[in-house]
Design a binder for this molecule. Structure first.
Ligand SMILES: *Cc1c(COP(=O)(O)O)cnc(C)c1O
Length: 406
């Protein structure tokens, strides 16, 4: 019995014959740029942004750039989103090239003094993760003679159910425990900081729409409670995100309209006079990317057929099942010139790294592929090139391309 693989994103599912990415066939991409190769299509990201705007007309949209910080993709996305969320000084530099500092926020534990200073000097908002970090930021602001823009990241007292990565309701390196957040707000205001509001992120990669609705309602209620306790109105409430996308067989997309309607309803009743934002990474960019890799060797071993490709987990760790998943399951996969053909043989697609972990597709049914043919692994737009151990085994990095349109 072959093992199932995840659904192709809708933009790619209906292609006949050969896989098209943007207006070019996969073979043309590989001929022009070689392999292995990531191709990202900003038109797919723009579709996701349009869907978000329709469902959440009163909420700002931020992009968490760690999902995919490719400069040309960032350039294409910057005008489409209201803010960029970064998590290092390196990401801050990339964001500042495409967006004004006032639209950039910097979260993440362990910010060094030099990183705090870079953000304060630029005028970006720091989402502080602890009382100690807030004190360091205020001291640096004092030395520079500027009021640092500081938001308080809250470690919420609830978690996003059904999310791949739980981030709340427990001890955490992220954010200040909810019960201490109001005191920190008062300390920031008293210490001369420009308090920007709350950042509350309860989890990631959730496909359960009802859980997302409940978490957003609980997040809003928490922001209301903390604002009352602090005695200050937050200019911005970042409600987190956590919108998942289908990766595996049986996964279905979230019900964006239902989530948006529920949040719209809750916001129409809130007493907060704040700007609200949702920050998303993979939901915006994950489906926009395809990883293309060519078959180097086709071999049989004890009844199993292996397609050995020129790529692997050093570029696309997540597809090997070694990035944030407990059980290894297959990402959507295809033979790029046989999109219309049935999967009539069972193969495993393995990367070129000398480790059994390097398996990009396990016992899947695909149309026949031979040496020189190209395999596409989908959902490669998020947590791919920059989230994989690129130095492991010393192969060159994958080329990354962005579809350009006039
Ligand atoms: C990583 C991260 C995100 C993006 O998560 P996705 O699952 O890619 O949407 C959003 N906010 C914060 C604080 C993060 O650390």
């Amino acid at each position: 019995m072959s093992k199932p693989f995840g659904p192709l994103p809708p933009e790619f599912a209906a292609q006949r014959g050969e896989l098209m990415i943007g207006d070019r066939a996969a073979s043309a991409w590989v001929a022009a740029h070689g392999s292995p190769l990531f191709v990202y299509d900003p038109a797919i990201v723009a579709d996701r942004v349009r869907a978000f705007r329709a469902a959440f007309p009163a909420v700002d949209l931020h992009y968490a750039i760690k999902a995919n910080p490719h400069p040309a993709l960032l350039q294409a996305m910057a005008p489409l989103v209201d803010g960029l969320d970064v998590a290092s000084a390196g990401e801050l530099d990339k964001a500042l090239r495409v967006k004004p500092a006032g639209a950039i926020s910097f979260a993440g534990p362990g910010k060094r003094d030099a990183e705090l200073e870079a953000a304060i000097t630029a005028g970006a908002t720091l989402n502080v993760e602890s009382e100690g970090e807030a004190a360091r930021a205020l001291a640096i602001g004092g030395r520079l003679g500027t009021a640092p823009r500081l938001a308080v990241r809250v470690n919420p007292d609830m978690e996003l159910k059904g999310s791949g990565m739980k981030m709340g309701g427990r001890p955490s390196p992220f954010g200040v425990d909810a019960e201490r957040a109001a005191a920190l707000v008062r300390a920031i205001v008293a210490g001369g900081g420009d308090w920007r509001g709350f950042h509350i992120f309860a989890g990631s990669q959730a496909l359960d729409s009802q859980a997302l609705i409940e978490t957003q309602a609980a997040t809003l209620a928490l922001a209301e409670r903390l604002s009352d306790e602090a005695g200050h109105m937050p200019p911005l409430v970042n409600l987190g995100g956590g919108f998942g996308i289908p990766h595996f067989a049986g996964d279905t997309p979230i019900d964006l309209a239902a989530i948006g309607a529920a949040l719209g309803d809750a916001l129409s009743r809130t007493r907060l006079r704040s700007t609200f934002a949702i920050e998303l990474g993979r939901w915006l960019v994950g489906e926009s990317g395809v990883y293309l890799t060519r078959v180097i060797d086709r071999k049989e071993s004890r009844g199993e057929t292996f397609l050995v490709v020129d790529g692997g987990l050093h570029h696309q760790l997540a597809a090997s099942g070694n990035f944030g998943t407990v059980v290894r399951r297959n990402y959507p996969v295809a033979v790029t010139h046989r999109m219309a053909e049935a999967g009539d043989e069972e193969v495993s697609v393995v990367g070129c790294l000398c480790t059994p972990l390097d398996r990009l597709a396990d016992k899947v049914a695909l149309p026949r592929a031979d040496v020189g043919d190209t395999i596409a692994i989908f959902i490669a737009g998020a947590y791919g090139a920059t989230a994989s151990p690129g130095l492991f085994l010393g192969h060159p990095p994958a080329v990354e391309c962005v579809v350009q349109r006039p």
